[in-house]
Design a protein around this ligand. Structure first.
Ligand SMILES: Cc1ncc(COP(=O)(O)O)c(C=O)c1O
Length: 399
């Protein structure tokens, strides 16, 4: 059968491939410790689930407006005002089926074939493929661990061409967990300001999962002049342990949101009516569940960082938020096991899966082949056992 060229150019999700391999080993009775998960290990808080039950009982089971219910759009505006100090109206909000879908709709709304999108690497796996699906061209800018994997103003200036239409920023980052400070964003804004037609997608879905003294800030908070051409991406998925409910938001310029809403209206229509009411409760209800979860992630991050740093040859940029660590294991590349040579992050992930029975995501999927991604959304017991296994597996490669 013949398929569309644009689909031939995208890759299947790396995490799905890893999970399929893990599943195969599990079926053979092997106990895999899964560091490849991209979601909190906590259950959705009770009061949020209860709001869904209430919605169901009240009969909110029909189509809603395609871009989301007004109550949820208002809740998003209140929430953004509380955490960003920015004022938006419901017409600035599109409610989509997760943050991923919100980004997809925005890219569909702004890109023409041949338009370029600047994406700093390491990046979240789906950005380049979503750009390719629109006919756009991802322009990947490698960011080095020596600069904490962050984009610099000179690198951004070099990456921007006549064809650049969009810049995607993600802070705190999946996979590195690093977060841009106000000063770092100010230096990027100097470059962004010059290109008045550039749209910025600020993927902020980990904004509330920040550790220590790190303060939440994004480009629009640094420079209000960018408000009109920045789209904020948010979701209840990670913040409220609601990955399966599929509710995310795009917030920004009214015209852009209206075009992105049109895209959604001709594809999925509204996100699940019941999940939308659960999201209203998530955003407006008791927020202590978020603080408890973040405390736990921070404690685990400290533990995992300590353990990884103690392993010979492992290099690491410490995460400031989210729930991932992205260590550089490349000093072990070139080593052999069972007559196979480890040449990159895919081989390393295969080795760790086969020999240590731990699942990690190869860094190449995030645009950096030196590293692999570990999620820290695992129980303390699993983290300890998984890191013991990693330590032994890497030791076995030495010599
Ligand atoms: C940086 C980033 N953006 C967006 C998403 C998509 O989130 P959602 O589950 O709300 O679609 C993810 C999920 O892993 C992510 O890590």
């Amino acid at each position: 059968m013949r398929f569309a060229d644009r689909v031939a150019n995208i890759k299947p999700s790396a995490t799905l491939t890893i999970n399929a391999k893990a599943q195969k080993l599990r079926q053979m009775g092997v106990k895999i410790i899964n560091f490849a998960v991209g979601e909190p290990d906590f259950d959705t808080p009770y009061h949020i689930k209860q709001a869904a039950v209430d919605a169901l009982k009240k009969g909110f089971t029909r189509y809603t407006p395609a871009s989301g219910i007004i109550e949820l759009k208002e809740a998003v505006c209140e929430w953004i005002s509380k955490y960003y100090g920015l004022k938006y109206q419901p017409h600035n909000v599109l409610v989509s089926c997760g943050g991923k879908h919100a980004i997809f709709n925005v890219l569909q709304a702004v890109l023409n074939p041949g338009d370029e999108v600047v994406i700093p690497a390491p990046y979240w796996v789906s950005y380049p493929d979503m750009v390719v699906l629109t006919g756009g061209i991802p322009v990947i800018v490698p960011c080095v661990p020596e600069n904490n994997f962050k984009l610099t103003a000179p690198a951004l200036r070099d990456a921007i061409s006549e064809k650049t239409r969009v810049l995607i920023l993600n802070s705190p980052s999946n996979p590195t967990g690093v977060h841009y400070s106000a000063e770092e964003l100010e230096s990027l804004v100097e470059v962004i300001k010059v290109r008045r037609d550039l749209v910025i997608i600020s993927d902020d879905i980990y904004s509330r999962i920040l550790f220590g003294d790190n303060k939440w800030v994004n480009v629009t908070m640094v420079d209000h002049d960018l408000l009109d051409r920045t789209v904020i991406i948010q979701a209840v998925s990670k913040t409220y342990a609601m990955t399966g409910w599929r509710i995310g938001f795009a917030v920004g310029n009214e015209d852009l949101i209206s075009v992105a809403s049109k895209v959604q209206s001709q594809s999925t229509s509204n996100p699940c009516s019941i999940a939308q009411w659960a999201a209203v409760e998530a955003l407006k209800g008791d927020q202590s569940c978020v603080n408890e979860m973040v405390e736990k992630f921070e404690e685990r991050a400290r533990y995992v960082v300590g353990r990884l740093k103690a392993i010979t040859g492992v290099r690491l940029v410490e995460p400031q938020g989210a729930f991932y660590v992205f260590p550089d294991l490349s000093p072990y590349y070139g080593r052999q096991y069972k007559n196979k040579q480890i040449t990159g992050s895919v081989d390393m992930a295969d080795y760790l899966m086969e020999e240590a029975h731990i699942a990690v995501v190869p860094g190449i999927a995030f645009g950096d082949d030196r590293c692999v991604r570990f999620s820290i959304a695992l129980s303390d017991k699993e983290l300890a056992e998984g890191l013991d296994r990693l330590e032994t597996a890497l030791k076995n490669l030495e010599g």
